[in-house]
Design a protein around this ligand. Structure first.
Ligand code: G6P
Length: 605
């Protein structure tokens, strides 16, 4: 998704801006650009290639300045061309970078056309540029404040004007923006990572805030125009680019980091004590009668898995809903429900909006399962469970997913204990199983060579079907999502019992059918579903447990998981599916870490 960096300093800030863009690259983008302020007007360089290419352009042109803004763009309105890349200008006087979507851009454009403004890009951003320009009367801060009142939708912006060569103005609503305080310079950015090191401390802007960043300092006002104090927090120095080590891609590295990530996520002691979720958790947990989980993408599938655990272990009614659906639907609010949001980034626009929607409906008990301690989501909820996956660079989530599952399992057992459904003996067994997970995962990762062999077959296919039952249906969904995200093979997942109600019509020799087949209560039923596939000539690729009696034969390929893992089995079974998608994508030669059209952190609707 789009990323913003802006800086005012006493030195040339272009290297800081480019470095900031480089650190935002992981979010996904399709073009980038940088502008500096000069007395003659803003000057810019833009590229539809990588930030490294923009850096070459900048170096060759000796592009330098003390005040500037920069951007990575993930196209929403208008194709990813140089002309649509930000910074966007208004009449060679003003430049703007923007993250978000302006919903009323069409009516604003008509009004501005009426005032003689010409539009040269297809972006919604250009209306903000002209709107601010039309309101400018010598004070950029005032013009931006007036302009944002007319905007509907989501935005974070950075703006410069030729007549104020040492000022950057920022504003946010719906998209994140931080201001950074440094020595000899001040900054704005989409996240702290982009400016860590240059900025010693950062403040998070709140909804509706407008800020003015100059050499002297930072001024912030809230939506109503009142001066606002936003706490400044120290930022840790940037720890450097995450090294790839012996791996070909970040995704592969992150798959192999899962034993470490999981072990870091399991609390060292008192794992099932409510205090893991916050000081007031015990009281909150005692008062709730159900759970509503809200999330997007892979995090949503973690929620679907958690439903099985919460209902079977904690005996608490659980609903799981896609955040973008929940936020716009009329629902029946339950003030006694615990709203659980799941998010790797903690910045996903739809999940944040769904959370705020639930809060606005009177659901005050909220808990975030999140990988970023400083994210908007963690700041918005009263309780939280932090996963310790470490930075995830690959757009397709892997280690964040399995650590979310660990957090959600801990939540289920904690609630189960509190509600009297988990005996001391069971608790002990769950803890042992959790603690043994990293070792068990290492055993699963050792299956990689066998999965590489399968991936050669998959790379030649255009469609694939994934089947699972019960706890492993969400894992089948996640396996299909991984395959389509990075290898661009069309993949769908079904609960195996639904096979006869539609997907069986698709099964021919050309359709590989991946089956997640742990040795659980549903195995016999699953075996019947597999026979239905074989009878139609479908080729089965089965992930079975060590003790599952399914043998390889013509049309049935079996990989055995090293151990049977009971309730926690989804955490193991998803790993070979991640590896299958990864190696299939490598064979097809796709850009695994940055799949086309996708972004790591979806900060627009
Ligand atoms: C994007 C990413 C996915 C992720 C989803 C939700 O689509 O590409 O990997 O699962 O957003 O993101 P979140 O940060 O809220 O977990």
């Amino acid at each position: 998704m789009c990323g913003i960096v802006g800086a005012v300093a006493q030195r040339n800030i272009v290297p800081v801006l480019i470095e900031g863009l480089r650190r935002l690259e992981y979010r996904g983008y399709d073009s980038c650009g940088v502008a500096i302020v000069t007395a003659a007007g803003p000057q810019r360089m833009r590229s539809v290639a990588r930030v490294a290419e923009l850096e070459d352009q900048v170096r060759e042109a000796r592009f330098e300045g003390v005040t500037g803004i920069a951007h990575t763009r993930w196209a929403t309105h208008g194709a990813p061309t140089v002309n649509n890349a930000h910074p966007i200008f208004s009449r060679d006087a003003l430049a703007i970078v923007h993250n978000g979507i302006i919903e009323n851009y069409e009516s604003l454009r008509e009004t501005l056309r009426g005032k003689g403004y010409e539009f040269v890009s297809q972006t919604d951003t250009e209306v903000i540029a002209h709107l601010i320009h039309s309101l400018y009367q010598g004070d950029l801060f005032a013009a931006v404040r007036e302009a944002v009142q007319q905007l509907a939708g989501a935005y974070a912006i950075g703006v410069v004007h030729k007549d104020q060569p040492h000022t950057v103005v920022g504003a946010r609503a719906g998209s994140p923006l931080v201001v950074g305080h440094g020595e000899g310079g001040n900054f704005i950015a989409s996240d702290a990572l982009a400016i860590a090191g240059s900025a010693k401390s950062i403040s998070y802007l709140e909804e509706g805030d407008v800020c003015e960043v100059t050499l002297e300092g930072v001024r912030i006002v809230d939506r109503a125009g009142n001066p606002a104090e936003r706490v400044a927090r120290d930022v840790q120095a940037y720890s450097g680019a995450v090294e790839l080590g012996p791996y070909r891609h970040y995704m592969q590295k992150e798959i192999f980091e899962q034993p470490r990530a999981i072990s870091d996520t399991i609390p060292a002691d008192a794992a099932f004590d409510p205090v893991q979720f916050g000081d007031t958790a015990a009281e909150v947990f005692r008062g709730i009668d159900s759970i509503l989980i809200l999330a997007c993408g892979t995090s949503y599938y973690a929620g679907l898995t958690a439903k099985y655990w919460l209902e079977s272990v904690a005996k608490i009614r659980t609903e799981v809903e896609i955040a973008s659906e929940y936020r716009y639907r009329e629902s029946v609010p339950n003030p006694r429900a615990l709203v659980v949001t799941i998010s790797q980034s903690g910045e996903t626009a739809d999940t944040l909006a769904a959370l705020k929607h639930a809060q606005s409906l009177g659901m005050e008990q909220t808990l975030a399962v999140c990988n970023v301690a400083t994210s908007a989501m963690v700041r918005l909820t009263s309780l939280r469970f932090l996963t310790h996956a470490g930075r995830e660079i690959g757009v397709a989530s892997t280690k964040a997913f399995t650590t979310q599952l660990v957090g959600l399992f801990i939540l289920a057992v904690t609630l189960g204990k509190l509600r009297g459904h988990v005996s001391a003996q069971q608790e002990d067994a769950y803890l042992k199983a959790l603690r043994h997970l990293p070792a068990a995962l290492n055993g699963v990762l050792a299956l990689e060579p066998q999965i590489i062999a399968w991936s050669q077959e998959f790379a030649r296919k255009e469609n694939a079907l994934f089947l699972g039952r019960g706890l492993h249906y969400p894992i089948a969904l996640e396996g299909a999502l991984k395959l389509k995200e990075i290898s661009y093979i069309h993949a769908e997942a079904y609960p195996a019992g639904e096979l006869k109600h539609g997907p069986l019509a698709l099964v021919t020799e050309a359709m590989p059918v991946v089956t997640v087949a742990p040795n659980d209560a549903l195995l016999e039923k699953l075996k019947s579903n597999m026979q239905e596939v074989r009878a139609r000539g479908g080729e089965l690729y089965v992930f079975a447990d060590a003790d599952t009696h399914i043998a390889s034969e013509e049309g049935i390929h079996v990989i055995r998981m090293p151990e049977h893992y009971g309730l926690l089995s989804p955490i193991l079974h998803v790993v070979p599916l991640q590896l299958l998608a990864y190696h299939t994508a490598c064979t097809r030669g796709t850009d695994v870490d940055k799949p086309r059209n996708l972004a790591k952190s979806v900060t627009v609707e």
